[in-house]
Design a protein around this ligand. Structure first.
Ligand SMILES: NC(=O)c1ccc[n+]([C@@H]2O[C@H](COP(=O)([O-])OP(=O)(O)OC[C@H]3O[C@@H](n4cnc5c(N)ncnc54)[C@H](O)[C@@H]3O)[C@@H](O)[C@H]2O)c1
Length: 274
């Protein structure tokens, strides 16, 4: 079992973080954990107004005024995302870390574009923005970006093709953005975490509004075994602490996070032998 104790994560202490999809599920767990680890401020973006406001109140009571800020934001809307980043910078005057966590899962063909927009395009836009702000080559102070992918990015399955493809795209994009040369210029680590099935609402219901009600049942029944949110969050903290830029980590089955980079590189070498 992964431990959920508080530890000292130097890249978190006294730092300012932005977390997307932070009102519920793994994202809310990350927000709480960053504050427990003494992040100076954590801003979290989400479309879920009620959950976001409730979490903000809980966190302000627990950690004190100004430590947490909920920003209602649909990350797939570029203007909203840009405004949210601006709000964070105006308020806190710095940014040290971004966790691109928000995503939706649907098996409904009518919602595929939305899924690509949220899961992949918004992750790209947010990563670029974060690099623009934090990159030392752009006048920033360096930092860390963690992009959340899925084990489905590593398995050639046939169910959930669009969701799996968005997560594969996140993986490949993040590896490229975190490559050695990019890191040497920006001093911003870009790291990917592939999560295994985790007990959150994404497996129980859709986040795409009313379009998608029919798909919640089948998705839920396909993944009977799930790790606890706390284990996923603990793994992500380990990655924040230890992950090199460009690395890929797996967090599954309530186990400690493990670095999958070498295995993935070997797989890419095989694929490149055309
Ligand atoms: N739970 C799993 O089994 C599992 C497995 C592998 C990967 N993941 C990944 O983990 C991450 C977190 O997922 P989760 O399991 O906590 O799901 P979740 O549904 O519990 O949380 C996702 C959060 O993102 C928010 N969100 C959705 N669309 C948004 C938008 N347009 N703008 C801003 N916020 C938005 C939702 O409101 C919700 O609060 C996702 O990237 C997901 O793909 C989850």
């Amino acid at each position: 079992m992964a431990a959920t104790m508080v530890r000292r994560v130097l890249c978190v202490e006294d730092k300012v973080f932005l977390v997307t999809g932070g009102a519920a599920g793994v994202g809310a767990g990350i927000v709480r954990a960053l504050l427990r680890e003494n992040a100076r401020h954590v801003a979290f973006l989400d479309v879920a107004d009620r959950e976001g406001s409730a979490l903000e109140t809980e966190l302000l009571n627990m950690f004190g005024a100004l430590r947490a800020k909920f920003i209602k934001c649909d990350i797939s809307d570029e203007a909203q995302l840009a405004a949210a980043y601006k709000q964070v910078l105006d308020k806190y005057r710095r940014l040290d870390g971004v966790i691109n966590n928000a995503a939706v899962l649907s098996a409904d063909e009518r919602t595929v574009k939305k899924m690509v927009d949220i899961n992949f395009t918004a992750t790209v836009t947010s990563t670029m923005k974060a690099l623009d702000i934090m990159g030392v080559n752009k006048g920033g102070g360096g930092g860390t970006i963690v992009n959340i992918s899925s084990l489905l990015a590593l398995n050639l399955g046939t169910h959930l093709p669009v969701y799996a493809a968005t997560k594969t795209a996140v993986l490949q994009f993040s590896i490229a953005m975190g490559a050695e040369k990019a890191y040497s210029e920006s001093k911003v680590r870009v790291i990917t975490v592939c999560l295994g099935p985790t007990d959150t609402a994404i497996l129980h219901r859709n986040n795409l509004g009313n379009f998608d009600k029919d798909s919640a049942g089948p998705i839920e029944s396909r993944v009977p075994v799930r790790q606890r949110v706390e284990s996923a969050v603990s793994g992500i903290l380990t990655v924040l602490d230890k992950g090199k830029s460009g690395s890929t980590w797996i967090v599954k089955n309530d186990q400690e996070a493990y670095d999958y980079t070498n295995k993935l590189n070997q797989a890419f070498e095989v694929l490149a032998q055309t």
